[in-house]
Design a protein around this ligand. Sequence first.
Ligand code: KIV
Length: 282
Amino acid sequence: MRTFVGITYKRMSVHKEIKRITTHTLQEFKQDGIKISMLTAYDYSMAKIIDSAGIDVILVGDSASNVMAGHETTLPITLDQMIYHASSVVRAVERALVVVDLPFGYYQGNSKLALESAIRVMKEAGAHAVKLEGGSEICESIERILTAGIPVMGHLGLTPQSIYKFGTYTVRAQEDTEAKKLIEDAALLEKTGCFALVLEKIPATLATKVAKKLHIPVIGIGAGGGVDGQVLVSHDMLGINKQFKPRFLRRYLNLYDEIENAVKQYIDDIKSRNFPTNEEQY
Ligand code: KIV
């Protein structure tokens, strides 16, 4: 066990020296048993911090629809808006692999549109890969995107773009039929050519089973520790959102309160004529 830990640390220090993470690096991480770290970002300043901290993958998620634009679901965000967010992120990033969500309505049921959308994301935003939600029903779209040499990340389990089909954001694939379909879809996505797969909010035992079965990296959010990596929405893990408290979320900061206190202090300083001081003016 000790030796194993030693080897892992050695590999980890090597991996920090990697200049640019690619889809191949992620594959090597899986083979070497190095866990993959992934976070969302939607703007230049946040992406700069997250990248310089050494994150492996930055996801420009369509969760931007919720956390940046205040929509209830991810459905309203447009391709133009995703490209705006993604291009801001790409300008900041030096090391991480930047994956961009294709938004709702720009790939489902139309593989030609899917290819056009993916090409726009790569060309106009400078992204490195795209992510699509769904299994067998979107395989034709994935196949067509892959013909253009664009890497595709899959996404199964809780797929927020289908929220009106599910009706709730509760844990998916708890029943045998849905679990069986998820296992089949995961195998199909790998066979089709996806370079990685996100599993969202499914039982840990099922996620572990999928990660063991697949050769491509499986990255979980609310899918337990038996997968090849973890992803969280940055605004959630930094505590910028106060209300969202799912069991899988670990909060590393309480930025909502910190920012609010700083703003209150700033207001007080202005009102009490404590800001600016002589040193803070010309
Ligand atoms: O849009 C997003 O942030 C995502 C993650 C939750 C995986 O798809």
